[in-house]
Design a protein around this ligand. Sequence first.
Ligand SMILES: C[S@@+](CC[C@H](N)C(=O)[O-])C[C@H]1O[C@@H](n2cnc3c(N)ncnc32)[C@H](O)[C@@H]1O
Length: 449
Amino acid sequence: MTLRISDKANLSVPRYTSYPTAPHFSGAVTAEIYKGWLQTLNPDEPLSLYLHVPFCKKMCWYCGCNTKVVARYDPVSDYADLLRQEISLLSNTLPGRFRISHIHWGGGTPTILSGDDFTSIMSLIAREFDYTENAERAIEIDPRTVDRQKIRTLAEADINRASLGIQDFSPRVQQAINRVQSYELTEEVVHTLRQAGIEKLNFDLMYGLPTQTVEDILRTVDLSHQLGPNRIALFGYAHVPWMKSHMKLIKDEDLPDTEARLQQSEWAAQRLLDLGYKQVGFDHFASVTDDMVLALEAGTLQRNFQGYTTDTATTLIGIGASSIGKSPMGYVQNSTPIHDYKAALEHGHFPVAKGIETTIDDDMRRQVIERLMCDLSVDLSAIAAKYDQELSYFSVELEALSEFEEEGLVILTNGKLSITPSGRQLVRVICALFDIYLDQGLARHSKAV
Ligand SMILES: C[S@@+](CC[C@H](N)C(=O)[O-])C[C@H]1O[C@@H](n2cnc3c(N)ncnc32)[C@H](O)[C@@H]1O
Protein backbone atom coordinates (compact mmCIF):
# COMPACT_ATOMS: atom_id res chain seq x y z
CA MET A 1 0.00 0.00 0.00
CA THR A 2 1.31 3.44 -0.91
CA LEU A 3 1.31 6.02 1.91
CA ARG A 4 0.21 9.60 1.27
CA ILE A 5 2.76 12.34 2.12
CA SER A 6 0.92 13.30 5.32
CA ASP A 7 0.92 9.61 6.35
CA LYS A 8 4.65 9.44 5.74
CA ALA A 9 5.09 12.66 7.78
CA ASN A 10 3.21 10.94 10.61
CA LEU A 11 5.73 8.08 10.76
CA SER A 12 7.96 7.93 13.81
CA VAL A 13 11.61 8.11 12.85
CA PRO A 14 14.89 9.18 14.48
CA ARG A 15 16.41 12.65 13.99
CA TYR A 16 19.64 11.00 12.83
CA THR A 17 22.10 13.01 14.85
CA SER A 18 24.13 9.79 14.75
CA TYR A 19 24.00 6.42 13.02
CA PRO A 20 23.49 3.96 14.62
CA THR A 21 21.19 6.06 16.80
CA ALA A 22 21.44 6.27 20.61
CA PRO A 23 18.70 3.68 21.42
CA HIS A 24 21.01 1.05 19.89
CA PHE A 25 23.95 1.82 22.18
CA SER A 26 24.66 -0.91 24.75
CA GLY A 27 26.82 -1.66 27.77
CA ALA A 28 29.28 -3.46 25.44
CA VAL A 29 31.32 -0.25 25.28
CA THR A 30 32.84 0.15 28.73
CA ALA A 31 35.04 2.82 30.31
CA GLU A 32 38.11 0.63 29.63
CA ILE A 33 37.20 0.21 25.96
CA TYR A 34 36.64 3.96 25.61
CA LYS A 35 40.00 4.65 27.27
CA GLY A 36 41.61 2.38 24.66
CA TRP A 37 39.86 4.32 21.86
CA LEU A 38 41.16 7.63 23.25
CA GLN A 39 44.72 6.28 23.44
CA THR A 40 44.72 5.46 19.73
CA LEU A 41 43.80 9.04 18.68
CA ASN A 42 46.31 11.01 16.65
CA PRO A 43 47.43 14.32 18.27
CA ASP A 44 47.77 15.85 14.80
CA GLU A 45 43.99 15.59 14.30
CA PRO A 46 41.88 18.29 15.99
CA LEU A 47 39.16 17.28 18.43
CA SER A 48 35.84 18.83 19.40
CA LEU A 49 34.38 19.02 22.88
CA TYR A 50 30.74 18.98 23.92
CA LEU A 51 30.07 19.93 27.55
CA HIS A 52 26.64 19.24 29.01
CA VAL A 53 25.11 21.09 31.97
CA PRO A 54 21.89 19.30 33.00
CA PHE A 55 20.33 22.02 35.16
CA CYS A 56 17.74 24.76 34.66
CA LYS A 57 16.02 27.27 36.92
CA LYS A 58 12.59 26.46 35.51
CA MET A 59 11.23 23.63 33.35
CA CYS A 60 10.01 24.45 29.83
CA TRP A 61 7.24 21.92 29.24
CA TYR A 62 8.35 21.15 25.67
CA CYS A 63 11.90 20.34 26.75
CA GLY A 64 13.27 17.10 25.34
CA CYS A 65 16.79 17.56 26.74
CA ASN A 66 18.41 15.98 29.76
CA THR A 67 17.97 18.56 32.49
CA LYS A 68 16.44 19.09 35.90
CA VAL A 69 15.29 22.08 37.85
CA VAL A 70 17.48 23.22 40.74
CA ALA A 71 16.62 25.89 43.27
CA ARG A 72 20.07 26.15 44.89
CA TYR A 73 23.60 26.48 43.48
CA ASP A 74 25.19 23.62 45.52
CA PRO A 75 24.39 20.81 43.04
CA VAL A 76 25.64 22.98 40.17
CA SER A 77 28.84 23.80 42.03
CA ASP A 78 29.43 20.05 42.78
CA TYR A 79 28.81 19.32 39.11
CA ALA A 80 31.34 21.97 38.02
CA ASP A 81 33.95 20.06 40.11
CA LEU A 82 33.03 16.86 38.26
CA LEU A 83 33.42 18.56 34.89
CA ARG A 84 36.91 19.69 35.93
CA GLN A 85 37.75 16.13 37.03
CA GLU A 86 36.53 14.67 33.74
CA ILE A 87 38.56 17.18 31.69
CA SER A 88 41.71 16.35 33.69
CA LEU A 89 41.11 12.60 33.28
CA LEU A 90 40.70 13.15 29.55
CA SER A 91 43.87 15.18 29.10
CA ASN A 92 45.87 12.68 31.21
CA THR A 93 44.61 9.80 29.02
CA LEU A 94 45.07 11.32 25.57
CA PRO A 95 48.39 10.42 23.92
CA GLY A 96 49.75 13.96 23.61
CA ARG A 97 48.60 17.55 23.49
CA PHE A 98 45.61 17.97 21.20
CA ARG A 99 44.10 20.96 19.42
CA ILE A 100 40.42 21.76 19.70
CA SER A 101 38.45 23.01 16.69
CA HIS A 102 34.99 23.35 18.31
CA ILE A 103 33.64 23.62 21.83
CA HIS A 104 29.92 23.50 22.41
CA TRP A 105 28.35 24.12 25.81
CA GLY A 106 24.83 22.66 25.87
CA GLY A 107 22.09 21.91 28.33
CA GLY A 108 19.97 22.39 30.18
CA THR A 109 21.20 25.91 30.76
CA PRO A 110 25.01 26.10 30.73
CA THR A 111 24.89 29.75 31.83
CA ILE A 112 23.53 28.51 35.17
CA LEU A 113 27.23 27.99 36.05
CA SER A 114 28.60 30.90 38.09
CA GLY A 115 31.02 33.19 36.32
CA ASP A 116 33.87 31.77 38.45
CA ASP A 117 33.03 28.15 37.64
CA PHE A 118 32.65 28.87 33.94
CA THR A 119 35.93 30.80 33.80
CA SER A 120 37.83 28.13 35.71
CA ILE A 121 36.60 25.35 33.39
CA MET A 122 37.46 27.34 30.26
CA SER A 123 40.91 28.15 31.74
CA LEU A 124 41.49 24.47 32.52
CA ILE A 125 40.66 23.58 28.91
CA ALA A 126 43.02 26.30 27.66
CA ARG A 127 45.81 24.92 29.90
CA GLU A 128 45.37 21.31 28.76
CA PHE A 129 44.62 21.89 25.06
CA ASP A 130 45.46 24.27 22.23
CA TYR A 131 42.85 25.80 19.95
CA THR A 132 42.98 25.65 16.17
CA GLU A 133 42.97 28.98 14.36
CA ASN A 134 39.33 30.18 14.12
CA ALA A 135 38.21 27.58 16.67
CA GLU A 136 34.54 27.96 17.51
CA ARG A 137 33.55 28.29 21.18
CA ALA A 138 29.75 28.20 21.39
CA ILE A 139 27.23 28.23 24.20
CA GLU A 140 23.46 27.75 24.44
CA ILE A 141 21.79 30.67 26.20
CA ASP A 142 18.37 31.00 27.76
CA PRO A 143 17.98 34.80 27.45
CA ARG A 144 15.97 34.89 30.68
CA THR A 145 18.99 33.76 32.67
CA VAL A 146 21.86 36.07 31.65
CA ASP A 147 22.78 39.59 32.67
CA ARG A 148 25.49 42.00 31.45
CA GLN A 149 28.05 40.61 33.88
CA LYS A 150 27.46 36.99 32.81
CA ILE A 151 27.75 37.96 29.15
CA ARG A 152 31.00 39.81 29.84
CA THR A 153 32.33 36.67 31.56
CA LEU A 154 31.45 34.57 28.51
CA ALA A 155 33.24 37.00 26.21
CA GLU A 156 36.32 37.11 28.47
CA ALA A 157 36.43 33.30 28.33
CA ASP A 158 36.61 33.64 24.52
CA ILE A 159 33.09 32.42 23.71
CA ASN A 160 32.47 33.51 20.11
CA ARG A 161 29.06 32.01 19.25
CA ALA A 162 25.78 31.94 21.18
CA SER A 163 22.61 29.96 20.47
CA LEU A 164 19.59 31.69 21.94
CA GLY A 165 16.48 29.72 22.83
CA ILE A 166 13.47 31.66 21.54
CA GLN A 167 10.83 29.11 20.37
CA ASP A 168 7.87 31.48 19.72
CA PHE A 169 7.21 35.13 20.61
CA SER A 170 3.45 34.73 21.07
CA PRO A 171 2.49 35.23 24.76
CA ARG A 172 -0.29 32.60 24.36
CA VAL A 173 2.17 29.95 23.12
CA GLN A 174 4.69 30.99 25.77
CA GLN A 175 2.09 30.41 28.50
CA ALA A 176 1.24 27.01 27.01
CA ILE A 177 4.92 25.94 27.17
CA ASN A 178 5.74 27.55 30.54
CA ARG A 179 8.38 29.83 29.05
CA VAL A 180 7.48 33.49 29.11
CA GLN A 181 10.20 35.50 27.37
CA SER A 182 9.42 38.89 25.89
CA TYR A 183 10.76 40.18 22.59
CA GLU A 184 12.26 43.18 24.45
CA LEU A 185 14.26 40.93 26.77
CA THR A 186 15.58 38.88 23.84
CA GLU A 187 16.46 42.09 21.98
CA GLU A 188 18.42 43.40 24.97
CA VAL A 189 20.39 40.16 25.32
CA VAL A 190 21.21 40.22 21.59
CA HIS A 191 22.52 43.79 21.87
CA THR A 192 24.54 43.02 24.98
CA LEU A 193 26.11 39.95 23.33
CA ARG A 194 27.10 42.02 20.31
CA GLN A 195 28.51 44.81 22.48
CA ALA A 196 30.61 42.22 24.29
CA GLY A 197 31.98 41.00 20.95
CA ILE A 198 29.94 37.77 20.69
CA GLU A 199 28.62 38.42 17.21
CA LYS A 200 27.86 34.98 15.81
CA LEU A 201 24.30 34.35 16.90
CA ASN A 202 21.97 31.39 16.34
CA PHE A 203 18.27 31.48 17.22
CA ASP A 204 16.23 28.36 18.07
CA LEU A 205 12.61 28.55 16.94
CA MET A 206 10.01 25.80 17.14
CA TYR A 207 6.82 24.87 15.32
CA GLY A 208 4.21 22.31 16.38
CA LEU A 209 3.93 23.88 19.86
CA PRO A 210 0.65 23.89 21.82
CA THR A 211 -1.89 26.49 20.59
CA GLN A 212 0.63 27.65 17.95
CA THR A 213 -0.72 28.80 14.59
CA VAL A 214 0.86 29.61 11.23
CA GLU A 215 0.45 33.33 12.10
CA ASP A 216 2.37 32.85 15.37
CA ILE A 217 5.35 31.20 13.73
CA LEU A 218 5.42 33.73 10.86
CA ARG A 219 5.40 36.63 13.33
CA THR A 220 8.16 34.90 15.31
CA VAL A 221 10.23 34.52 12.14
CA ASP A 222 9.73 38.22 11.26
CA LEU A 223 10.63 39.44 14.76
CA SER A 224 13.66 37.14 14.84
CA HIS A 225 14.82 38.48 11.50
CA GLN A 226 14.70 42.05 12.89
CA LEU A 227 17.40 41.00 15.35
CA GLY A 228 19.66 39.81 12.52
CA PRO A 229 20.88 36.35 13.66
CA ASN A 230 23.37 34.55 11.42
CA ARG A 231 21.53 31.24 11.77
CA ILE A 232 18.01 30.18 12.63
CA ALA A 233 17.10 26.61 13.59
CA LEU A 234 13.46 25.74 13.04
CA PHE A 235 12.77 22.64 15.12
CA GLY A 236 9.57 20.62 14.97
CA TYR A 237 8.36 20.04 18.54
CA ALA A 238 9.06 16.39 19.39
CA HIS A 239 6.28 15.37 21.78
CA VAL A 240 7.48 12.32 23.69
CA PRO A 241 5.55 12.35 27.00
CA TRP A 242 6.37 8.65 27.52
CA MET A 243 10.02 9.75 27.90
CA LYS A 244 9.62 13.20 29.45
CA SER A 245 6.79 13.28 31.97
CA HIS A 246 6.67 17.13 32.17
CA MET A 247 5.39 17.05 28.56
CA LYS A 248 2.14 15.63 29.98
CA LEU A 249 1.49 19.20 31.19
CA ILE A 250 0.91 20.04 27.53
CA LYS A 251 -2.69 19.24 26.64
CA ASP A 252 -3.07 16.88 23.66
CA GLU A 253 -5.97 18.96 22.34
CA ASP A 254 -3.70 22.04 22.17
CA LEU A 255 -1.22 20.34 19.86
CA PRO A 256 -1.44 21.05 16.12
CA ASP A 257 -2.13 17.89 14.08
CA THR A 258 0.21 16.55 11.40
CA GLU A 259 -1.36 18.64 8.59
CA ALA A 260 -1.07 21.79 10.71
CA ARG A 261 2.55 20.97 11.59
CA LEU A 262 3.35 20.50 7.89
CA GLN A 263 1.77 23.87 7.11
CA GLN A 264 3.60 25.65 9.93
CA SER A 265 6.94 24.24 8.88
CA GLU A 266 6.36 24.95 5.17
CA TRP A 267 5.16 28.53 5.70
CA ALA A 268 7.92 29.35 8.17
CA ALA A 269 10.55 27.88 5.83
CA GLN A 270 9.16 29.87 2.90
CA ARG A 271 9.18 33.09 4.93
CA LEU A 272 12.81 32.49 5.93
CA LEU A 273 13.73 31.92 2.27
CA ASP A 274 11.84 35.09 1.25
CA LEU A 275 13.81 37.00 3.88
CA GLY A 276 17.02 35.86 2.19
CA TYR A 277 18.18 32.98 4.38
CA LYS A 278 19.49 29.84 2.75
CA GLN A 279 18.08 26.51 3.94
CA VAL A 280 20.65 24.12 5.33
CA GLY A 281 19.50 20.51 5.66
CA PHE A 282 15.94 20.13 6.88
CA ASP A 283 15.74 22.44 9.89
CA HIS A 284 18.48 25.10 9.68
CA PHE A 285 18.58 28.45 7.89
CA ALA A 286 21.60 30.71 7.61
CA SER A 287 22.56 34.01 6.03
CA VAL A 288 24.21 33.48 2.65
CA THR A 289 27.66 34.50 3.90
CA ASP A 290 27.53 32.23 6.97
CA ASP A 291 30.12 29.45 7.39
CA MET A 292 27.32 26.90 7.43
CA VAL A 293 26.24 27.89 3.93
CA LEU A 294 29.85 27.76 2.77
CA ALA A 295 30.20 24.26 4.30
CA LEU A 296 26.99 23.19 2.57
CA GLU A 297 28.31 24.42 -0.77
CA ALA A 298 31.66 22.72 -0.19
CA GLY A 299 29.94 19.41 0.71
CA THR A 300 31.64 19.41 4.14
CA LEU A 301 28.61 20.03 6.33
CA GLN A 302 28.23 17.40 9.06
CA ARG A 303 25.62 16.29 11.50
CA ASN A 304 26.23 15.70 15.20
CA PHE A 305 24.22 15.59 18.40
CA GLN A 306 23.67 19.36 18.33
CA GLY A 307 22.25 19.20 14.79
CA TYR A 308 24.11 20.56 11.77
CA THR A 309 27.72 21.64 12.23
CA THR A 310 30.58 23.09 10.22
CA ASP A 311 32.97 21.13 12.43
CA THR A 312 34.98 18.58 10.47
CA ALA A 313 36.78 16.94 13.42
CA THR A 314 36.39 13.16 13.28
CA THR A 315 36.35 12.90 17.08
CA LEU A 316 33.89 14.67 19.36
CA ILE A 317 34.43 14.15 23.07
CA GLY A 318 31.33 14.36 25.25
CA ILE A 319 31.92 15.73 28.75
CA GLY A 320 29.27 15.81 31.46
CA ALA A 321 26.33 13.61 32.39
CA SER A 322 24.53 12.03 29.38
CA SER A 323 26.95 13.56 26.84
CA ILE A 324 27.53 11.57 23.68
CA GLY A 325 30.86 11.40 21.90
CA LYS A 326 31.93 9.98 18.58
CA SER A 327 35.25 8.73 17.32
CA PRO A 328 36.38 6.71 14.31
CA MET A 329 35.86 3.58 16.46
CA GLY A 330 32.28 4.30 17.47
CA TYR A 331 29.96 6.20 19.76
CA VAL A 332 29.99 6.46 23.53
CA GLN A 333 27.53 7.98 26.01
CA ASN A 334 28.19 9.05 29.60
CA SER A 335 25.92 8.03 32.46
CA THR A 336 22.81 10.18 32.74
CA PRO A 337 22.11 9.91 36.51
CA ILE A 338 24.48 12.39 38.14
CA HIS A 339 25.00 9.93 40.99
CA ASP A 340 26.48 7.33 38.57
CA TYR A 341 28.43 9.98 36.66
CA LYS A 342 29.98 11.16 39.94
CA ALA A 343 30.71 7.64 41.26
CA ALA A 344 32.71 6.73 38.13
CA LEU A 345 34.81 9.91 38.28
CA GLU A 346 35.47 9.45 42.00
CA HIS A 347 36.95 6.04 41.17
CA GLY A 348 39.09 7.64 38.46
CA HIS A 349 37.11 6.01 35.61
CA PHE A 350 35.51 7.54 32.55
CA PRO A 351 31.79 7.83 33.36
CA VAL A 352 30.75 5.73 30.35
CA ALA A 353 27.31 4.12 30.42
CA LYS A 354 27.04 2.70 26.91
CA GLY A 355 28.04 3.00 23.30
CA ILE A 356 28.49 1.11 20.08
CA GLU A 357 31.58 0.01 18.19
CA THR A 358 30.76 0.73 14.56
CA THR A 359 31.13 -1.84 11.78
CA ILE A 360 31.99 -1.20 8.13
CA ASP A 361 28.29 -1.52 7.25
CA ASP A 362 27.49 1.08 9.96
CA ASP A 363 30.12 3.42 8.48
CA MET A 364 28.69 3.08 4.98
CA ARG A 365 25.12 3.70 6.14
CA ARG A 366 26.23 6.55 8.41
CA GLN A 367 27.78 8.29 5.40
CA VAL A 368 24.63 7.77 3.29
CA ILE A 369 22.39 9.13 6.07
CA GLU A 370 24.71 12.05 6.90
CA ARG A 371 24.95 13.16 3.24
CA LEU A 372 21.15 12.89 2.83
CA MET A 373 20.53 14.86 6.03
CA CYS A 374 23.09 17.53 5.03
CA ASP A 375 22.99 17.73 1.22
CA LEU A 376 19.61 16.05 0.50
CA SER A 377 21.49 13.96 -2.03
CA VAL A 378 24.02 11.18 -1.93
CA ASP A 379 26.15 9.31 -4.41
CA LEU A 380 25.37 5.73 -3.38
CA SER A 381 27.66 4.26 -6.04
CA ALA A 382 30.60 6.34 -4.79
CA ILE A 383 30.06 5.31 -1.16
CA ALA A 384 29.73 1.64 -2.17
CA ALA A 385 32.89 1.90 -4.32
CA LYS A 386 34.91 3.33 -1.39
CA TYR A 387 34.29 -0.02 0.32
CA ASP A 388 34.86 -2.16 -2.83
CA GLN A 389 31.14 -2.75 -3.22
CA GLU A 390 28.71 -2.29 -6.11
CA LEU A 391 25.57 -0.13 -6.07
CA SER A 392 23.65 -3.42 -5.58
CA TYR A 393 24.87 -3.33 -1.94
CA PHE A 394 21.86 -1.04 -1.44
CA SER A 395 19.42 -3.06 -3.58
CA VAL A 396 16.82 -3.48 -0.79
CA GLU A 397 16.82 0.28 -0.18
CA LEU A 398 16.68 1.06 -3.91
CA GLU A 399 13.58 -1.10 -4.23
CA ALA A 400 11.92 0.65 -1.29
CA LEU A 401 12.79 4.02 -2.85
CA SER A 402 10.83 3.29 -6.05
CA GLU A 403 7.57 4.29 -4.31
CA PHE A 404 9.14 7.62 -3.32
CA GLU A 405 10.40 8.08 -6.88
CA GLU A 406 6.93 7.49 -8.37
CA GLU A 407 5.56 10.20 -6.04
CA GLY A 408 8.24 12.68 -7.14
CA LEU A 409 9.88 12.78 -3.70
CA VAL A 410 13.28 11.52 -4.88
CA ILE A 411 15.18 11.18 -8.15
CA LEU A 412 17.58 8.30 -8.79
CA THR A 413 20.11 8.58 -11.60
CA ASN A 414 23.29 6.51 -12.05
CA GLY A 415 23.40 5.53 -8.41
CA LYS A 416 22.88 9.11 -7.24
CA LEU A 417 19.89 9.71 -4.99
CA SER A 418 18.49 13.26 -4.73
CA ILE A 419 15.58 14.41 -2.61
CA THR A 420 13.28 16.80 -4.51
CA PRO A 421 11.84 19.98 -2.92
CA SER A 422 8.58 18.13 -2.21
CA GLY A 423 10.50 15.32 -0.51
CA ARG A 424 12.64 17.63 1.70
CA GLN A 425 10.21 17.42 4.62
CA LEU A 426 10.50 13.64 4.53
CA VAL A 427 14.28 13.43 4.60
CA ARG A 428 14.22 11.54 7.94
CA VAL A 429 11.78 8.99 6.52
CA ILE A 430 14.02 8.51 3.47
CA CYS A 431 17.09 8.11 5.73
CA ALA A 432 15.16 5.54 7.77
CA LEU A 433 15.07 3.27 4.69
CA PHE A 434 18.86 2.89 5.10
CA ASP A 435 18.67 2.25 8.86
CA ILE A 436 18.96 -1.49 9.41
CA TYR A 437 18.47 -1.14 13.17
CA LEU A 438 15.06 0.52 12.89
CA ASP A 439 12.96 -2.65 12.69
CA GLN A 440 14.44 -3.96 15.90
CA GLY A 441 11.70 -2.17 17.84
CA LEU A 442 13.85 -0.79 20.67
CA ALA A 443 12.70 2.78 20.52
CA ARG A 444 9.76 5.06 19.94
CA HIS A 445 10.57 8.23 18.09
CA SER A 446 8.85 11.53 17.39
CA LYS A 447 6.93 12.37 14.19
CA ALA A 448 8.92 12.80 10.97
CA VAL A 449 7.60 16.37 10.48
C1 LIG B 1 19.28 21.94 24.26
S1 LIG B 1 18.03 23.14 24.29
C2 LIG B 1 18.75 24.31 25.43
C3 LIG B 1 18.37 25.75 25.22
C4 LIG B 1 18.51 26.69 26.43
N1 LIG B 1 18.58 26.00 27.67
C5 LIG B 1 17.28 27.58 26.48
O1 LIG B 1 16.38 27.23 27.23
O2 LIG B 1 17.20 28.56 25.76
C6 LIG B 1 18.23 23.77 22.69
C7 LIG B 1 17.00 23.84 21.86
O3 LIG B 1 16.44 22.58 21.63
C8 LIG B 1 15.10 22.76 21.17
N2 LIG B 1 14.25 21.75 21.81
C9 LIG B 1 14.15 21.46 23.12
N3 LIG B 1 13.23 20.50 23.33
C10 LIG B 1 12.73 20.16 22.13
C11 LIG B 1 11.75 19.24 21.67
N4 LIG B 1 11.06 18.46 22.53
N5 LIG B 1 11.50 19.16 20.34
C12 LIG B 1 12.19 19.92 19.46
N6 LIG B 1 13.12 20.83 19.83
C13 LIG B 1 13.39 20.95 21.14
C14 LIG B 1 14.70 24.18 21.60
O4 LIG B 1 14.55 24.98 20.43
C15 LIG B 1 15.87 24.63 22.43
O5 LIG B 1 16.09 26.01 22.35
